[in-house]
Design a protein. Structure first.
Length: 360
């Protein structure tokens, strides 16, 4: 087979394929590959689509021609022919939340291992119009399935019209039965945090909750209160933050002024960082004077001062299960119900037994 540079694409007129006056070769076509390999365009198409019926020697000859010419198959055209695009769309509420970012990262990794790309559309507000617009955009970008990383109780899902051919998976265990659901077991994690502090000997546990509109924050707060009541303990008034260290700091200043506060369950690690700072500034030692437990187990939690005891969410498993549910739907399987991923308490140096009364 004669050597041929990619720029010298043969044309019907026998020229090199350069556009007059532009010095740039035209796009290599399937017909060009077929001519160089000495096969039909149909055979080139079959090789591009991975048809196992193509004779190996012919396949190698076509691939060699593709390499020589720098030919790249049109993935969009191939997808249309197959009826799938090997792409999963993700709609999420912004990228500032640790949970959302780590879940997205896990979805992207799992999708890549399955040979799928991920198309991301972040939203600044969970309105019906925004979500409809995101689905329209993903439909234009050609995806096979969509993962919603948002709290759908903020939406009127009954009124939400979605493209009928797109499969949907939701990361939110408060979602209706309309879609397959994957989420962390928020209640289990909160119970583990509170029970750990009670088992250490604390009389009760104070709580810094997340935003009122957050389902995850609500589940954690409900489980905190339920665990205390089941154990016959007093339920202190809950404080509320917005997931940020700044809000944790403000709440921590208030908690530092509560003489009866010896243990705090904070709804996420970032707010716990602010709480630790506030206690340090007010001279409340952790864990000697007050124990602190967070939620998430972010990568920095082990480097806090002191290293933070926290509830670990298995974001990798959540992401893998989302992709698994989407692919099962694409294979025509019926996927229903809620799949909750267990949490685990990670004990570090921010918790300890309370000091005896009058102790130093």
């Amino acid at each position: 087979m004669a050597e041929m540079k990619p720029a010298e694409v043969p044309t019907p007129a026998g020229g090199t394929g350069r556009r007059a006056g532009r010095g740039r070769p035209r796009r290599v076509s399937m017909a060009d590959v077929a001519q160089l390999a000495g096969v039909s365009s149909q055979t080139v198409s079959r090789v591009s689509n991975g048809d196992p019926a193509v004779i190996e020697s012919t396949r190698l000859k076509v691939l060699e021609a593709m390499n020589q010419l720098g030919y790249r198959p049109n993935s969009a055209a191939r997808a249309l022919k197959r009826g799938d695009f090997r792409a999963i769309g993700v709609i999420t509420m912004g990228l500032t939340s640790t949970g959302n970012v780590r879940t997205l990262d896990a979805i992207a990794g799992s999708a890549s291992r399955e040979g799928y790309a991920v198309t991301l559309i972040p939203l600044d507000a969970p309105t019906q119009e925004n979500v409809k617009g995101a689905f329209t955009r993903l439909d234009e970008l050609a995806v096979d399935a969509v993962v919603l990383i948002m709290e759908v109780h903020l939406l009127d899902t009954a009124a939400l019209t979605l493209p009928p051919h797109v499969k949907v998976v939701v990361v939110d265990s408060d979602a209706t039965g309309r879609f397959p659901v994957v989420d962390t077991d928020q209640r289990q994690g909160a119970r583990q945090a509170v029970q750990h502090l009670l088992d250490l000997g604390h009389e009760t546990v104070w709580h810094l909750a997340g935003p009122e509109e957050s389902f995850a924050a609500g589940r954690r707060s409900d489980a905190w209160e339920a665990t205390l009541r089941e154990e016959g303990r007093a339920v202190p008034p809950a404080l509320r933050g917005d997931w940020t260290p700044e809000s944790g700091y403000e709440a921590g200043l208030r908690l530092a002024d509560e003489p009866g506060c010896t243990a705090v369950f904070v709804a996420n690690d970032q707010m716990a960082l602010g709480v630790l700072r506030a206690f340090h500034e007010r001279g409340r030692r952790v864990p000697e004077d007050v124990s602190v437990v967070g939620f998430d187990d972010i990568p920095d939690a082990a480097s806090y001062i002191p290293p933070l005891t926290t509830v670990r969410q298995d974001f990798a498993e959540v992401g893998a299960l989302c992709v698994d549910a989407a692919l099962r739907e694409l294979r025509g399987e019926t996927v229903t119900g809620v799949r909750l991923v267990p949490t685990a308490l990670v004990e570090r140096s921010s918790t300890a037994a309370p000091r005896p009364a009058g102790g130093v």
